[in-house]
Design a protein around this ligand. Structure first.
Ligand code: HEM
Length: 438
């Protein structure tokens, strides 16, 4: 086994060789890094278990374990000698960049992801192979308008958000997850499927059932009957192709891809509510978020950095790969544990603080290990749309109202932010703002 490099800090070294973890460390990674994410629910969060994880400070422990591994083994990747399918754990931001940039060698689909996602999106782009992958990716990019900061449906989307947020806040002095989440889904169904889908919970409820099965991956049988009902409920709206919605742009042509969109908008709701908690406790950032412009989107980006909604980015090696003098075999599952890189105090002066400005001045985007929306050819094609939608929701929520966080934990600007934030447990006192917008 290689001794750790002493010449350069481990996080800066990209050319060192892979190392093999001891059996004890392999067990610690499985139990202390991978298992908690799986138990909390990779595809559909389990609220009670998320609450327990917060109390037990599991994420903090996982990040600390990864740091110990990096100190002990050097920059890796760290190969976990598992019997059937080996795993490799990158411990270096340069390796994260290399893996995500090369989707041919490190396939974004792969065995584990397929077992899970095929419960509800067997033809989703994320688990597709070529040649279908390119066509499906192109369709996603066309409709979601990837890399365009302002979506062509901005006007109808903003009208929907104004409408629903003002209904949500009317005569309200408390705001908890349940009320927010109901309003969130009215917004999402109207934006994705059209106004007529606002109150039709059938597609989203059926999707939730399938996603709960997907948490169990191959250990739960696929329920084809439920999936057929879900497809039919979705198609009813896609066939209408209501103008002003994403369905209106593409109709039933995107039927295979819409399940991922609805699934991913769930994460966006969790992120928006967490960002509201940060704004409620960080007056300096809150004042800037109220002014129109990209700041609100940067608040969302930094919230995903602090509490990534995809903490495990999986890539499966399609060929043998060389890391220094060590060759890692084809079929190895590379597991990027993003909270470790996103909270790396060795590289980030703002590791445990709320730092939207770092995204606006470009310093955060320049960090190879900061990948809240992934990176490379399989980077989230919904990134720009989702930052726009969530930023607008945040701006609408905070324009005329102020919030006090009632439920724990404390999120003080002068203390390190916790590694887990249970969005389901957040409750705010709400009142109309007493002073004019800045
Ligand atoms: C806060 C919200 C979101 C976050 C943090 C997020 C993040 C991500 C990440 C990390 C990936 C890569 C996953 C992987 O490699 O395993 C991804 C992929 C993807 N996301 Fe998002 N996403 C969000 C919302 C959305 C929304 C709302 C949509 C669509 C409307 C969307 C569409 C997609 C698609 C289609 C892919 C697969 C891309 C491919 O395989 O080429 N995402 N997203």
């Amino acid at each position: 086994m290689r001794p750790p490099s002493t010449e350069r800090p481990a996080h800066e070294t990209t050319d060192a060789g892979a190392t093999r973890a001891s059996l004890l460390d392999t067990a610690l990674v499985l139990g202390g890094v991978l298992l908690p994410s799986v138990v909390i629910g990779v595809i559909k969060r389990r609220p009670r278990l998320l609450r327990l994880a917060r109390r037990a400070r599991l994420d903090r422990m996982s990040i600390a374990l990864m740091r110990r591994l990096r100190d002990r083994y050097g920059p890796g990747p760290l190969v976990l000698p598992l019997p059937i399918r080996p795993m490799a754990l990158p411990l270096n931001a340069g390796h994260v960049e290399r893996i995500l940039a090369d989707a041919d060698t490190f396939h974004p689909g792969g065995h584990y992801k397929r077992l899970s996602l095929r419960h509800f999106q067997p033809h989703g782009v994320l688990i597709s192979d070529e040649p279908e992958r390119s066509d499906r990716r192109e369709l996603n990019e066309d409709v979601l308008e990837t890399d365009r900061p302002e979506h062509s449906l901005t006007a109808p989307m903003t009208a929907v958000i104004r409408d629903e947020v003002s209904a949500l806040l009317a005569a309200r002095d408390r705001l908890g997850w349940d009320e927010f989440n109901a309003a969130w889904w009215w917004i999402v169904r109207r934006i994705v499927l059209g106004d007529a889908a606002r109150d039709d919970r059938e597609p989203t409820d059926l999707l939730d059932r399938l996603r709960r099965d997907a948490n169990w991956a191959g250990f739960h049988p696929r329920r084809e009957g439920v999936r057929r009902r879900f497809d039919a409920a979705l198609r009813r709206h896609l066939d209408r192709a209501e103008p002003g919605s994403l369905a209106g742009q593409v109709g039933a042509r995107a039927a295979d891809q819409v399940p991922h969109w609805l699934f991913a908008f769930d994460a966006a709701g969790m992120v928006t509510f967490r960002a509201l908690a940060l704004l409620a406790t960080h007056p300096e950032q809150a004042a800037q978020a109220r002014t129109p412009g990209p700041y609100a989107g940067a608040c969302v980006l930094d919230t995903v950095r602090l509490w990534p909604t995809t903490p495990l980015l999986l890539r499966e090696a399609t060929r043998d790969t060389d890391w220094g003098r060590v060759r890692i075999p084809r079929g190895t599952q590379f597991v990027i544990f993003t909270p470790f890189f996103h909270r790396d105090a060795e590289t980030l002066p703002y590791a445990d603080r709320f730092a939207p400005r770092a995204w606006l001045d470009g310093t955060a985007s320049a960090e190879a290990g900061l990948v809240p929306f992934s990176a490379g050819p399989a980077r989230c094609p919904g990134r720009d749309l989702v930052l726009q939608v969530t930023g607008t929701v945040l701006a609408e929520l905070t324009a005329g109202h102020e919030y006090r966080l009632l439920a724990p934990p404390r999120l003080d600007p002068d203390r390190p932010l916790p590694a887990t934030l249970d969005n389901f447990g957040l409750t705010f006192a709400v009142r109309t703002r007493q002073w004019p917008s800045d």
